[in-house]
Design a protein around this ligand. Structure first.
Ligand code: FAD
Length: 404
């Protein structure tokens, strides 16, 4: 298998690199660099989304006929890698990467025309209503109920969604709801698009250990949505939910950001005093620890490139995506732990204010990097939970790869 880039791919990389150098504003880079959370704040994300929208470089997970860039998986990887190297913010996946490909694949012409342009230009924001109290890993057991009034063709929805990321910024929620309780649990689920700004929706913030407000519990009490906002047929929700999850995990580009962070870790360790002789990063044990992380990230990158080659050849990556999710999220947490260690006592600050960039950011003790270490570490505990926990990924790998 050829692992290098072709001449066209290298030219594309140069084009992306030049665009980022010219168009990624310094305060946006600064915001991305100093965000301890998995998800960047909308002020930073929105500005970057607008710039990419104007360039026509946004819908790179979308089919070309609905406004996608038409890039192949290798171009997507190159783009994401260059963005990681330039400290560009990761854009919210909820609209662009999760629901948009679903609407493109399963939506009617009217649904595509209604929703996709507003996702692309950022004028409507989305949240994901899958998990519920008691239904996370066992998602098919979800209890939120949607009943259709045959006269008005309106669904009345009752239940509660949990851990709903950025529900407080969202205009719409894509939501799994039970429309038929009398059939096998997977067969009774439908995929509904629900407007968030209505009396039947209440959002309760959940403030996490790191003091971030990213996730929420959303209560649906006689919330309504019209049947024209159901994607696919009634009962097709489980198939669509799986399509979305496969998209969420497939074609990931985790390694470039991990490698960029390992380079920053090496730099931080190189200047942090060890308390004995010279910098902390010069100690053999520290060098070995950072090199082990780097080797793991390089192996991950090889796996990601192999998956891209599969996707480019029209093959589905299957359970390899579980492998990537497992390794990438564990590695992310090991890097976060190493940052806390490198900064020693300065790495133990836990500022309560947000954001940690801009004029109102709290003054760090030591450096801004040291101030970010513990919030990032705490926030990052979620990596091995969302998008399917690592224990569940291990079960998938055990069954499908190892045949156990
Ligand atoms: C920061 C964050 C953001 C999130 N954002 C969203 C969002 O926007 N929308 C959304 O719908 N959901 C979201 N989630 C929810 C996430 O998808 C669920 O938390 C996850 O699927 C786990 O479900 P659960 O929390 O119900 O835990 P449970 O399923 O109850 O699991 C509890 C523990 O048991 C283990 N476990 C469960 N089943 C098995 C099994 N069969 N074998 C072995 N171990 C098992 C799990 O690994 C875990 O350690 C988010 C979660 C987090 C932490």
């Amino acid at each position: 298998m050829h692992m290098g880039f072709t001449a066209e791919e290298s030219a594309f990389r140069d084009e992306v690199r030049a665009f980022l150098a010219e168009n990624l504003p310094e305060h946006v880079r600064e915001g991305a660099r100093n965000t301890p959370s998995v998800f960047v704040e909308p002020d930073i994300g929105d500005e970057w989304q607008r710039i990419l929208f104007e360039k026509g470089w946004l819908g790179y997970h979308w089919p070309k006929e609905v406004g996608g860039t038409g890039w192949d998986p290798v171009q997507r990887y190159i783009f994401e890698k260059e963005c990681a190297l330039a400290d560009a913010p990761s854009l919210s996946v909820l609209g662009l990467k999760l629901v948009a490909p679903v609407i493109a694949a399963y939506g009617t012409a009217e649904q595509k025309a209604r929703f996709l342009p507003r996702i692309l230009d950022g004028s409507e924001k989305w949240c994901q209503g899958y998990s519920e109290p008691g239904s996370g890993s066992d998602l098919a057991s979800l209890k939120t109920r949607a009943e259709l009034d045959p006269d008005t063709q309106t669904y009345r929805i009752n239940g509660s969604k949990l851990w709903t990321t950025h529900a407080h910024y969202a205009d719409w929620m894509f939501c799994l709801a039970r429309t038929n309780p009398d059939v096998k649990k997977q067969a009774g689920i439908s995929f509904l698009l629900v407007p968030m700004h209505q009396p039947g929706i209440t959002i309760r913030p959940i403030i996490t250990l790191a003091h971030d407000h990213e996730v929420n519990q959303v209560f649906l009490d006689d919330a309504e949505t019209h049947a024209r906002y159901r994607i696919g047929e009634e009962g097709q929700g489980w198939e669509i939910a799986k399509f979305l999850l496969e998209n969420e995990r497939g074609g990931s580009c985790a390694a470039p950001r991990l490698l960029a962070d390992i380079a920053k870790l090496r730099q931080a360790a190189g200047s942090a005093p060890s308390g004995s002789n010279g910098a902390y990063g010069h100690l053999d044990a520290v060098q070995a620890r950072i090199t082990a992380l780097e080797l793991e990230a390089l192996a991950l990158e090889t796996t990601e490139l192999r998956i891209l080659a599969d996707l480019k050849a029209g093959r589905r990556p299957g359970s390899q995506t579980s492998l990537v999710k497992l390794v990438a999220s564990s590695l992310r947490q090991k890097i976060d732990e190493a940052f806390v260690d490198v900064f020693g006592v300065y790495g133990l600050q836990l500022p309560l204010e947000r954001p940690l960039y801009g004029n109102s950011a709290p003054e760090p003790v030591g450096s801004r990097e040291a101030q970010l270490a513990t919030p990032t570490y705490l926030n990052g505990r979620a990596w091995t939970i969302f998008g399917g926990t690592n224990e569940v990924q291990k079960t998938i790998i055990a069954k499908t790869v190892l045949g156990l």
